[in-house]
Design a protein. Sequence first.
Length: 263
Amino acid sequence: MNTLRMVSLQSGSNGNSYFVESGNIRLLIDAGITASRTVERLTSLGIDIASIQGILISHAHSDHISGAGVLHRRYKIPVWLTPGAYQQAGDSRNLAKKLGKLQEPHLFHAGESLQFDGVTIETISTPHDALDSVCFVFDDGVVRLGIITDLGCRFLGLGEIVETLDAILLESNYDEKMLETSTYPEELKQRIRSNIGHLSNIESAGLIQKHGKKLRWVCLGHLSENNNTPEKTLDTHRKIIGNHLDIFIASRYQCTELPVLYH
């Protein structure tokens, strides 16, 4: 029986990294936590860091790339990223932690599909405020899994993508009332709410309610530490979606294992 497995190693502005396994393929999506923490969390799952065949970068914000360079150099793990992300990560004016020197980075353009031993990874351009930002859909020929965060907004075509998925990790960044009454500067509030920021709980839930008829489970990730809580996120989604669908919350502080997709 074939399976597609995913584990969130950590999800949030304090660092994002996801492990995906299908057949002989083992990959990390983003590496925004330290290399030592990445190794520690993989080891706790029974996964040897030496078995990781690649790191796919969604964009060059530090909470998605800060550990990638060390993992690449220390463990010889190849890195895949867009030209824009590579440019931004190496820009001396960029305040994000740098990738550092990469040996032969694998560059791809948003919209291209990557092939890994029978697994197709679709790369989808997003309007987030980072150069050449993308999200990913894994397709092993039967099961489709989306890792869809840092979107900016519910962009054109996103609903149609969600309709094809069997499972999804989707950002649900903020509670609208908590953000409105927070101590954040108004400029930062506007950035978060804008079309280049993040999805709110209501926006995320509405997307799933309208387009998630095929989904077996949903994992909500990239929750704000200051403008959201797991309880508010789950409550909002239950009110909009109902109770028929398994919903999980990706932790900001530890691994979150998701149900294996069998076929």
